[in-house]
Ligand binder design. Sequence first.
Ligand SMILES: [Fe+2]
Length: 224
Amino acid sequence: MAEKVKVIILVDNEAGQGLKNDWGFSAYIESNKWKILFDADTNPKVLEYNCKKLGIDLSKIDFAVLSHWHHDHYGGLTYVEKVAKGKKLYVPMEKVMDFDFEIIPIKKSTKILEDVWIIGPLPFSIAYEQALAIEIKGKLIVFVGCSHPGADSLAYEAKNFVKKDILWVVGGYHLPSYRVLDNLAKISEFISPAHCSGDEAKKYVRAKYPEKYLEVKTGSIFEF
Ligand SMILES: [Fe+2]
């Protein structure tokens, strides 16, 4: 069981000093037990540049998780497959594209390690999106890519499947309604609308739930 977790936002829509950014999302999560990549941004060059600047060696990851098959999440996998060839890549529902990974489609919420779960995939339009949940000190951190099925739906699924309270929901919330943000505030200690969430969502959370708001941008580092 992980005792300490470090989260590094490799790429977000919001720029970080001395780093590159674009429309996309990628997070690196490291504990004393494992190293995980969640999503891989749009641009392999941006991802590579930021990894080098931040001192992250993706060849050391245990596995990667792709939230959904949209380019602003899988685009940078062409860099990741160069350095982490053959590692496991968990994808929602089905293999849509081929990469030099061991691609593992996930069809329902699944425990991957004693403190790591893939949540969903939940349907949206004609596709599926999954989230990543990790346990730290008895609570869950939930990583979401774009939250097409709803950030609150993915968080509820994590809470119900793992049967643990939520510490933090971080990632793209996909221009959420105030209701979605209120739902998240009810079930999570901290909330971080990032990537595709939009300025309105950030403004709303910052004003209504200042004690819960954790600002995220490219290069943000959090330790739990
Ligand atoms: Fe996205």
